[in-house]
Write a protein that binds this ligand. Structure first.
Ligand code: C2E
Ligand code: MG
Ligand code: MG
Length: 581
């Protein structure tokens, strides 16, 4: 006991001095075990991990709790430098080893490093490891003691908002396990990034503080607010009994924030959106699930225009999850050399003669169950994930190779490829296309590029540049989807496409409705007067063909001739068989 007290005093002295102190009258194991015991005792009162490294005997001790969090060889292990390889994130190993070398060789006596350890699930976790070395006088004892704390840890309380933090929310959820009714409201400050960027982070902190206060002032016993990461707050509402009451609470908070802004003549006007999940949406008060679903509800509130409340909707969430699954499958297909993607061809024929003029290349995806999926169910995911860039390149090569094969039978055959706006913005699509045309020794006029008619076409510089360069090179440019959503006749005269593609939606309308039919007559006339060709899409029946053909469009595309089919089938039916349409 006396020995231990002496040692403690010496250690205290050691802490006071910058120079290395000496501890005597203690055998080396005694010192190591004394520190170890002390660390064990402290450990029960703290979240951090304490360690003792006996450099002389190459032995390391860390408080037991660390073994539940990190992939350590044990609470005590030997061959310390080597042993770190198991649980230190590979990229950080060299940096750590250099620091340990300096400490072991005595070049320095203090250690303070931020790096990553691997968790038991083999996820990297940021830690801050601090420590110091010291030697014992007259003894061959060289130790390092220190403390490790997780720097990425969620906070229990937040000083900016003055509220409890995420960890406290999680703890409270556990306390209320099995509760029959509750609502979880996740608030987010709209466009908070703009506030920080335009007025500075201090101003942003001020806004967080005020929003926290406004929310708190609207709550009653049974309603608890927490600060979440970034600009979010959660209200755990055990009081409201219906959606109506939750909506009333949101309205109250919303008005209170508005009044507060008006009263203080704020420089920044801000609003809050809120996503709500109720006890009916969740199987249990599982934290991960609550975070996921409430975040989804909040994101939807923001997507719908911000400054509003949105209740979680299970069907929407299922669609979202299915889309995510689709994106993952598409990613896998791309990484496996485009396995699952297929290019279909649909004939575009000359009106009157019925001769095949070109084929439109249309993408298909066959999922792992062998089901053929149409583009309406995956093009958007390809665009959103950026996968349309590599897939678009794959399409160009597959389409041009098939065009070469078709031209052996029909030298004037053309292939028509759809380009998405995302490809134009995110990839050197002009170089990709021209490179492929040259690679396959095709004439530029053998290729048609289809761009969708939409509001931004004529005003976007990247699109306008591409359009001009393609035309200069001799590739034909087609304006696709004309007659759907945004259709602007001015575009046609301004952009001068080689071909205008009238969408099926408009064709169907023209076949049903006299006014639309007369409009189609006018469009075809006007387009011809501008020396532009047109394709009428979506002709399915013979009578439809007759009614449209009399208007004199240049080309027809539709199920009447053929639905899109595989390239071998297309070649069989429309290319190799010269008697075909
Ligand atoms: P789009 O470019 O307007 O292609 C024409 C669509 O109309 C095709 O649908 C075609 O199968 C369909 N269609 C043609 N004739 C008829 C008909 O008589 N009746 C009916 N009911 N439908 C007809 P698909 O293949 O499902 O493609 C849909 C859209 O997906 C395309 O519209 C295009 O915007 C996009 N897409 C398809 N392939 C690609 C691609 O390779 N790249 C890009 N960026 N988009 C593509
Ligand atoms: Mg098209
Ligand atoms: Mg089209």
């Amino acid at each position: 006991m006396k020995d231990q007290q002496m040692t403690k005093k010496k250690i205290h002295d050691l802490e006071q001095q910058e120079t290395l102190a000496c501890v005597d009258a203690m055998d080396e194991n005694g010192v190591f075990h004394l520190f170890r015991k002390a660390a064990e005792l402290f450990s029960s009162c703290m979240n951090d991990y304490l360690y003792v490294y006996d450099i002389t005997n190459d032995t390391y001790y860390i408080t037991e709790r660390a073994t539940e969090r990190f992939d350590l060889p044990g609470s005590i292990f030997h061959h310390v430098v080597e042993g770190h390889r198991q649980f230190v994130y590979l990229d950080d190993l060299t940096m750590l080893q250099k620091d340990l070398d300096d400490l072991i060789s005595g070049r320095k006596n203090k250690h303070n490093l931020r790096y990553r350890w691997m968790s038991i699930d083999r996820e990297p976790v940021w830690i801050n490891c601090q420590g110091r070395t010291f030697r014992m006088k007259d003894q061959n004892v060289f130790l390092m003691i220190g403390c490790i704390n997780e720097i990425g840890e969620k906070t229990k309380a937040d000083n900016v908002s003055g509220l409890l933090g995420e960890v406290s929310f999680e703890e409270q959820l556990h306390q209320f396990r099995g509760l029959p009714r509750c609502f979880i409201m996740r608030f987010g400050i709209d466009d908070f990034k703009n506030i920080n960027e335009s007025l500075g982070v201090n101003y942003g902190d001020h806004v967080i503080y005020d929003v926290a206060n406004c929310i708190t002032e609207c709550l009653q016993p049974g309603q608890y607010v927490y600060r979440m990461p970034a600009d979010e707050f959660v209200v755990f509402d055990l009081l409201s009994e219906s959606r109506k009451e939750v909506k009333q609470l949101y309205d109250l908070i919303h008005c209170h924030i508005d009044d507060h802004i008006a009263e203080h003549e704020y420089e920044a006007l801000y609003t809050v959106s809120c996503g709500v999940i109720s006890y009916e949406d969740i199987d249990s008060l599982d934290y991960e699930q609550i975070t996921k679903l409430s975040q989804f509800a909040l994101t939807r509130a923001k997507e719908r225009g911000k400054n509003q409340l949105n209740f979680f909707n299970g069907a929407e969430y299922e669609t979202f999850v299915a889309n995510r699954r689709m994106t993952r499958n598409l990613q896998r297909a791309v990484s496996k050399e485009y396995r699952g993607f297929e290019l279909y061809f649909q004939p575009i024929v000359k009106t009157g003669t019925g001769e095949v003029f070109a084929a439109e290349a249309l993408l298909r995806y066959r999922n792992e169950e062998g089901e053929l999926i149409p583009p309406s169910r995956f093009i958007e995911q390809l665009e959103e994930s950026g996968l349309i860039v590599p897939v678009g390149r794959w399409i160009i090569h597959a389409a041009l190779q098939a065009c070469v094969a078709c031209q052996q039978y029909r030298p004037d055959f053309k292939v028509s490829i759809n380009f998405s706006f995302v490809q134009i913005l995110k990839s050197p699509i002009y170089d990709d296309l021209i490179g492929a045309i040259e690679k396959y020794h095709l004439r530029p006029e053998s290729v048609i590029v289809e761009l969708t008619e939409s509001g931004y076409l004529e005003s976007n510089k990247a699109v306008v540049d591409l359009w001009r360069k393609l035309k200069e090179y001799g590739v034909q440019v087609a304006l696709d989807d004309f007659g759907t959503g945004y259709s602007n006749l001015m575009n046609i005269s301004q952009m001068q496409p080689d071909i205008l593609k009238i969408d099926r939606e408009f064709t169907v309308k023209a076949l049903r409705d006299d006014y639309a039919y007369r409009l189609l007559v006018q469009i075809i006339e006007m387009v011809h007067s501008l020396d532009i060709k047109e394709v009428v899409e979506g002709i399915e029946q013979e009578e439809e063909l007759e009614r449209i053909a009399v208007l004199g469009p240049d080309y027809i595309q539709g199920y009447f001739y053929s639905a899109p089919c595989s390239i071998p089938e297309f070649m069989d039916k429309f290319v190799c068989d010269q008697s075909a349409v």
